[in-house]
Design a protein around this ligand. Structure first.
Ligand code: SIN
Length: 529
């Protein structure tokens, strides 16, 4: 019972980074991809905008680099920005090669969209559902590949670390809960690749799908991996405000095509905040909206597309048009009610130029990684590109990963845990974390708010730890445990940054410090849940 399974490369997560890594690494090894739900339940699948790359004759690599650096508010690592931007055209070609459809203009050239803080048209897209199209093509290729096994309905519990066996910290796989059978499997691998996406579900209002619970970041932290810049949660300025909308993003591409932000009385306001007005970077626009909502007490602001040609709007944004129409909003005739919501984690698990973390055998790619590309605020549509670039680099790097594992691998032990009889604890804690994170660790922070959040998360983490010991693991409990740890890491990172920069704005330190520094957070005193 519970013999370890063996693979060369264990990939946790099935978004753009995980699947592209799997396809490339499968050329030189066996790959196992695990995914909590179905392979398409990812943040990638929900991405609307597209992939930024220098393809226009009036554009240049230096211009894309500059736009990324300016959006990142002084905190991007230029070397990483150069790697990513210079690789853009090649990665767009790779997407086409794996069968991704991309929109073309009347001359057959790739259609290049505009988004906030970009100074050129450079976003390749497929209508307004680019992520869904990328996900479709990558999954089709992965499912056909003889060297790749996809295990859906499998959620990682914890990473396997040699430190537990008296060795140096090194990762050799993961314990994985098979949600269908309830069995916790042991999967050993030469390289374990975290591609688990972001942390949006830490907040009550988010554009992210339910899977975005920061699992990779939490697991990596628990075995001692360095993490960084976690205070930089990106709040997307425009998520649909409607009681039945769920988390529906209104892509920044709408503003790129001429959409204008307005108040309920029809007045524009972004000119009071930045010369780029509605197309300023996301940190600035989200903060401006937050300020306007607090000033007026209104529930939302509006994105007005009604001055644009209706046929163009319907053709360029068919998905958004249809979704809004189903809720009684015709975006060609009425302004769209919008609010900011948590969208993207700019920090994550510290990873080098090849996706290697500070733990041997452990790699992090995509949103869960902190590469230094985004600095204090990510430039729109740089994230799918980052996922492509670092998955390719990691797939190359893992070729030389040595096989490390103890002679005898301990199977998962349930100890004295029993079936849960108090699942309400999970639901309530989950809800409480997400609410206070929104109120105290949101768009505008202060020392007092962060201290309130710190006190609350410590109480909840104690409760969750107790519950985790007493009861058998379930997907909800695992996600809650990860969510609570990630909330703690975000709060701690925010408390340590004594300045306002990019997405981290605090009333107590409204200015930049003279020197831009990354934050780093790492477990130093033994594993905690
Ligand atoms: C959007 O379409 O506004 C989202 C694109 C992104 O987050 O880069």
């Amino acid at each position: 019972m519970n013999e370890p399974l063996d693979t060369d490369y264990l990939v946790i997560g099935s978004g753009i980074a995980g699947l592209n890594f799997a396809l490339l690494a499968a050329e030189h090894g066996r790959v196992t991809v695990i995914t909590k739900k179905k392979p398409a339940d990812t943040n990638t699948n929900w991405a609307q905008g597209g992939v930024a790359a220098v393809l226009a004759s009036d554009d240049s690599f230096e211009q894309h680099i500059q736009d990324t650096l300016v959006a990142g508010d002084g905190l991007c690592d230029r070397a990483v920005v150069e790697i990513v931007v210079n690789d853009g055209p090649k990665q767009v070609q790779r997407l086409l090669d794996v069968g991704v459809r991309l929109a073309r203009d009347a001359h057959g050239n790739l259609d290049l969209g505009m988004e906030g803080a970009h100074t050129r048209h450079r976003v390749v897209h497929w209508e307004d559902v680019t992520g869904r199209e990328i996900q479709r093509a990558l999954i089709a290729a992965v499912l056909k590949h003889p060297n790749i096994t996809v295990l859906d309905g499998h959620i990682a519990v914890d990473l396997l670390s040699l430190a537990k066996y008296g060795g140096d910290p090194a990762c050799f796989g993961a314990y994985v809960l098979d949600i269908h059978s309830g069995e916790v499997k042991t999967i050993c691998a030469r390289a374990t690749v975290l591609a688990t996406g972001g942390t949006g579900k830490v907040y009550i209002y988010t554009s992210n799908p339910d899977v975005a619970t920061g699992d990779g970041i939490a697991m990596a932290y628990r075995i001692g991996a360095a993490c960084g810049d976690l205070e930089f949660t990106q709040f997307h300025p425009t998520v649909l405000y409607h009681p039945h909308a769920g988390s529906f993003l209104i892509s920044e591409a709408l503003r790129g095509e001429g959409g204008v932000l307005k108040l309920a009385n029809g007045e524009t306001f972004m000119e009071n905040y930045h010369p780029m007005k509605s197309l300023a970077s996301r940190d600035i626009v989200a903060r401006a909206i937050d300020n306007e909502l607090k000033k007026s007490g209104a529930d939302c602001v509006y994105l007005d597309m009604t001055h644009l040609d209706a046929a163009f709007v319907r053709g360029r944004f068919p998905n958004i048009h249809e979704r809004c129409l189903s809720l009684g909003i015709d975006i060609t005739k009425q302004p769209i009610p919008v609010v900011p919501a948590a969208h993207y984690q700019c920090g994550g698990i510290k990873a080098d130029h090849n996706g290697a973390t500070t733990i041997q055998g452990l790699y992090a790619i995509g949103e869960c990684a902190f590469t230094g590309l985004h600095g204090a605020n990510r430039l729109a549509s740089n994230s799918l590109l980052e996922g492509m670039v670092f998955s390719a680099r990691a797939a190359d790097a893992v070729r030389s990963a040595p096989r490390i594992r103890p002679a005898q691998v301990q199977p998962w032990s349930y100890g004295g845990a029993t079936d849960s009889n108090d699942a309400i604890v999970v639901t309530l804690n989950w809800d409480e974390i997400r609410r206070f994170m929104w109120s105290y660790v949101g768009i505008v922070r202060s020392d007092k708010r962060l201290e309130r959040a710190r006190r609350r998360i410590e109480i909840l983490r104690d409760e969750i730890r107790e519950y985790y010991i007493d009861f058998k693991v379930t997907p909800d409990l695992l996600e809650l445990r990860n969510l609570a740890l990630v909330a703690h890491l975000i709060i701690e990172s925010a408390r340590r940054r004594k300045e306002s920069r990019g997405l981290h704005y605090t009333l107590d330190y409204p200015d930049h410090l003279p020197e831009a520094r990354h934050s780093e957070i790492q477990l130093t005193n033994g594993p905690r849940g």
